[in-house]
Design a binder for this molecule. Structure first.
Ligand code: CP3
Length: 362
């Protein structure tokens, strides 16, 4: 399977960015890897900060015009080849009956610590709960159709959402969450069940509104040992992979700090596994053995390198991923506020250069 993908690469003519991304997700031959970046719309871009001026982050997520504008910025400004809906994994949470504030990370005034609090959570019709999300997607899809740029939707995974909801804020080790896992497992199980229900409806509604692929962010699932991951996280991923309309849009699964749970990630049934920089991509490609495509995995801090060194890093990752059935070039985590714009531009240029033999333009 992987050998076939590698040898037929040269037989494919130049693809448009939508075909290139969707074919890579499904493990079909492509001319070169597609490229986009997690958190590609954000504070590292002066043009983002300009649109963000005078409004809160939450207001911006609900403002269709502003959200569309910043979603599109990375195409022209840094040469990204996919657009991800501008929003946050916490956008659907207020509709469940939980107040969320951003300072700048999500904070929950009344963290969820009891079964009664879990039972009070609602799963609303997504179209009524967050109509602006689907309006943003519809407008984006119309804008992108003629440019043949693919549109991505996303959701936070149940475990990562639960981590913030139980802890109340970001944390190094999420010890309140782990305490619940060990001391009140039925509470965490109920919380994950209601979050899974929300995520499935939310992602399917995004696909219906025009998302051509969807990414599930499980940023904190790597906190668990493999056995705990298998018990607490894998079932949520498997259920989401089964119930999301993957024929309409492939599913990309991102786990940060997840090198030790790669085999469990493979079992999820996701079409693409998105890896952080601690993962050896060549080894991951071997272990995947044609059953999933890979995405990643440059350390966002490596965008501080010279243009020439970024080109070399991208070539190394692409070569390491050559045995995978498909590879989407991306970072191992999101762009940071101090990420240099020229570094992001060099990263996407390096992807394009892979289609021309890999070295030009450095
Ligand atoms: O990738 C994209 O460009 C799409 C937009 C996007 C945002 N957040 C915008 C955002 C996506 C996909 C996310 C996902 C997200 N949000 C995750 C999972 C991925 C990851 O980064 O691990 C998590 C854990 C969150 C929660 C969250 N939201 C945090 C921890 C923070 C604060 C940290 C930070 O970067 O400021 C946010 C706020 C946030 N989400 C911002 C943006 C652009 C910054 C808000 C601002 O402009 O002040």
């Amino acid at each position: 399977m992987s050998g076939a993908a590698a040898t037929s690469r040269s037989a494919v003519g130049e693809l448009d960015p939508t075909e290139r991304l969707l074919r890579s997700c499904r493990g079909e031959p492509v001319d070169r890897p597609p490229v986009w970046l997690m958190r590609q719309a954000g504070r590292y871009l002066p043009e983002y900060r300009k649109v963000r001026e005078g409004v809160t982050f939450l207001e911006m997520c609900r403002d269709v015009e502003r959200a569309v504008e910043v979603s599109l910025q990375p195409i022209e400004l840094v040469g990204s080849e996919a657009v991800i809906l501008f929003s946050d994994i916490f956008t659907p949470i207020p509709s469940m009956g939980v107040d969320v504030d951003f300072q700048p990370g999500p904070t929950i005034a009344n963290p969820i610590r009891s079964l009664d609090q879990v039972k009070a959570l609602r799963v609303a019709d997504p179209l009524e709960a967050t109509p602006f999300v689907f309006e943003i997607l519809r407008v984006l899809r119309a804008e992108l159709e003629s440019r043949r740029i693919p549109l991505l939707g996303f959701a936070g995974a149940p475990f990562t959402l639960a981590a913030y909801l139980v802890e109340g804020r970001g944390s190094k080790d999420f010890s309140s969450l782990k305490r619940m896992m060990y001391a009140a497992p039925e509470t965490l199980r109920a919380l994950q069940a209601v979050l899974t229900e929300m995520v499935v409806g939310y992602l399917n509604a995004q696909i219906e509104a025009g998302a051509q692929a969807v990414q599930l962010f499980d940023t904190w699932a790597g906190l668990l040992a493999p056995a705990e991951y298998r018990e607490w996280v894998l079932p949520t991923h498997t259920e989401i992979a089964q119930r999301v309309n993957r024929a309409g849009a492939p599913l990309i699964l991102y786990v940060n700090n997840g090198a030790h749970v790669f085999d469990e990630m493979l079992e999820s049934g996701a079409d693409v596994l998105s890896l952080d920089w601690r993962v050896d991509v060549a080894e991951a490609a071997r272990r995947a053995n044609g059953s999933a495509s890979l995405q990643g995995n440059l350390d966002p801090c490596a965008l501080q390198q010279s243009r020439e060194d970024i080109f070399a890093s991208v070539r190394r990752i692409a070569e390491a991923a050559a045995a995978a059935r498909g590879h989407i070039l991306n970072l191992g985590h999101g762009c940071l506020p101090d990420t240099p714009v020229e570094g992001v531009r060099a990263f996407t240029d390096a992807a394009r250069a892979l289609g021309e033999g890999g070295s030009r333009g450095a």
